[in-house]
Ligand binder design. Sequence first.
Ligand code: SAM
Ligand code: SF4
Length: 445
Amino acid sequence: MNVYDSDRMQDLMTATGYEVIDTAQGADMVIINTCHIREKASEKLFSDLGRLRPFKEEKNLKGENMIIAVAGCVAQAEGEEIFRRAKIVDIIVGPESYQTLPDLVGKVKREKSRQINLDFVPDNKFDNLVANDKGVSSSSFVTVQEGCDKFCSFCVVPYTRGAEYSRPVFDILNEVNKIAAKGAVEIYLLGQNVNAYHGLNSDGKNSSLADLITQIAKIDKVKRIRYTTSHPKDMSDDLIKAHGKIDKLMPFLHLPIQSGSNNVLKAMNRKHTRQDYFNIIKKLRESCPEIGLSSDFIVGFPGESNQDFADTMDLVEKIGFTQCYSFKYSPRPGTPASDNINQIDEKIKNERLSKLQSLLTKQQIEFNKKFEGQIIPVLFEKEAPKSKNSAKNGQRQILGKSPALQSVVAEIADDKMPESYFGKILEVKIIKSRPSSLIGEIVTL
Ligand code: SAM
Ligand code: SF4
């Protein structure tokens, strides 16, 4: 979602005459878009600001200015404190108010004063974003839902992103149509609780995420649809069935459980049990047998016992995931779990994380291995970074995504330009699997 927000800020500023450059040195404006989900986020911000200071001084010596804006969830959480600690910052803007960036920049220039906007008005935000005039990527994000009302006891999101909000269906279809016309083939629907989506439809009724996906699937140019991040409590039957009915909905689901222990899930205020999760996965696999599953896990949550952790390992063994994210619990100021006196020792957190990650990696390797020898459709998006360096040797490689969201690398013929493959879904024979990618040969053109 931060990538989506950063792109929108870029659109807003380029519409006022700025252009994007790839170094902060010499820039007229720098925006740092921050994340507050785990610790060290604010320290990272202040060290980044420290690195910018000489660049700002260099501009000032030339009689010019570098406007520095801090955006995102650290801005929302720390507010004025950022002005106090970093004299070089001109603008502080929250994740629900960045549509006002051009106004704030105008005020900084005219009034020579610092500006702050931390309002929570998501509908105002989406109404005021400008159309993207540049090329879009073949796989493009579209935010459909923001905020969260669930208040898991470890998480800052409800405080930094505010209450749940769903964009109206009409606005989303409009945005999807526009980016599809500019080359987006895959649409990635985003929300902190994307499956809690309940945006207003043109008939005045609320639409579920499954309804929204059904409507997007009717857009001819859209060939693939994905969504993230979902909450188990909102995994409705119509969404589960959509995975079996809508071909364009990719067979992959990121469904965070956080822990396999009911005690920990309760203490986390997750509002679902381990059994609920097993039931959802059973129904999903009935609806779409080939579905790839991913999840988020937190280890070392306050009070997590050896048995609680063993329950997480057991759940992972039983489900079998294709790729996952796992983190050590990180106490976040202002969240209930951070005050819990039963914090877990760092050494134990490290041991548990390493055990869990070994198991998850093993499952990912096994999942990828099954694809060796298969022919699968791959959406190609860009040139592989290493390939650019070895281009003079004639070995160029391109990168794409499988239906189950694996990265696929394929070599291309010497006389072909990598760009001619981007945005195309091609059949690829997988010749080798790696822990986090598949290597293949293109068999159709
Ligand atoms: N809404 C999603 C859900 O309910 O699972 C998750 C969104 S959250 C932005 C992304 C992930 O960050 C979470 O699933 C969780 O695993 C991790 N996370 C959030 N707060 C954390 C904390 N205090 N310590 C460690 N990991 C955390
Ligand atoms: Fe955070 Fe997700 Fe829980 Fe909301 S549901 S509080 S975003 S972890």
